[in-house]
Design a protein around this ligand. Sequence first.
Ligand SMILES: *Cc1c(COP(=O)(O)O)cnc(C)c1O
Length: 452
Amino acid sequence: MTKKRYERPIIIKHISGLMNKFGSNPTASYKSDIDGVAVEKLVEKFGSPLFVISEKQLRQNQREAYRIFKTRYPKVQFAWSYKTNYLNAVCSVFHQENSWAEVVSEFEYEKARRLGIKGEHIIFNGPDKSREALLRAMKEKAKIHIDHFDELYTIIELTEAEKLKAKVAIRVNMDVGIYPMWDRFGFNFENGEAWQAIKRIIAAKNLELVGLHTHIGTYMMSAEAYRVAAINLGTLAKKIKNDFDKVIEYIDLGGGFASHNTLLGQYLPAEQVVPSIEQFADSISSGLFELSFTNEEMPTLILETGRALVDDAGFLISSVIANKRLSDGRRAVIIDAGVNLLFTSFWYKHKISPAQPNGSYTENTTIYGPLCMNIDCIQDSIALPALKVGEKIVIHYVGAYDMTQWMQFIAMRPNVVMVMENGSVELIRKAENIDYLMERERVPEKLLLKKK
Ligand SMILES: *Cc1c(COP(=O)(O)O)cnc(C)c1O
């Protein structure tokens, strides 16, 4: 009989479906399909890692949010926040559901135009708009949301030089009880700066002030903050009507509603602590109704909701590369998706499920990505059952910001597919390859190496 291989003994605490005060251990469940399409099949056809987006979930989220707001306030318009996820297929779903485009750069503006969105249905936000971009936006009648006085002066100068009219709004920042305050964008409400900007716009003969905008922050966990914002912008609209006899067309309360991702350091799962869309809508509508607008004066409510509409429609499938024991005995798993693809792992504890039944014995596990960099940790500690090399996991709620903030670092970006409502699967962004990268590079003549 040959001698058995020595293994360092480790004491492991097993948790088998025990109840704690929040219910049973959630990781015993697994997710083997996305909208009925097997994870195994998706990987077979499109490789691993793989981003998967559910068309059904996108549409459901948008319709539900619209219904909730529309039943509480009669005039509602959504504008899709491009930076949250600007894959063409994703934007197109939102546009088919009647959303306008909300863009924060020239590149995003161009993307919306190429998708066929008319200028008048583009909201142009952000602190950096070049003269060329402003000129184009004016000619195409986009809604320009002014961020600072220098931008206002440039717009006044351009409209006079080019004999053009511009439809503008101002972005307003304010104290809604959330700190640190986002006061770097727009004009301040409390110190009178916003009112100063309004007076100058009203006085400029080529500018028409059509709206008032704010975006108070992102992943907001307070519905009350939106009520304060609605009242403040509503108050400005009333004062504009009163002092200048000018009716404001819309009040735009931005985005920022929290999605169901749980923040690092947050004890309870997000589902239990973040307000629902109903709560945000109740706060906003009650704020607006406090102003008692007449029917003619009643402004359209614009919402630029991003993450809350897209996060749970995105999944990242990844495969186990290796199992490991760290020096202190902790279990670690290396997967083939790194932080270059999952930027949001720097602030979220993502929900992660095995894609196959791996049993109900779980152990606290650290999940590392494949990058040769110490920062490449997907999750510090998560209860997972034993996983074999090659088995798959599904990372949930990755629809927001991951597919825009991802980067080509050590590894390239993989395929993105959309599971369509009818159950078919479409490739919506092809994996990058070395040719794609090299195409951008140039080597100066004297640095060309001789082939040996
Ligand atoms: C980023 C952004 C949004 C969307 O924010 P979410 O947190 O994704 O909802 C909306 N409006 C503006 C101006 C933004 O910058």
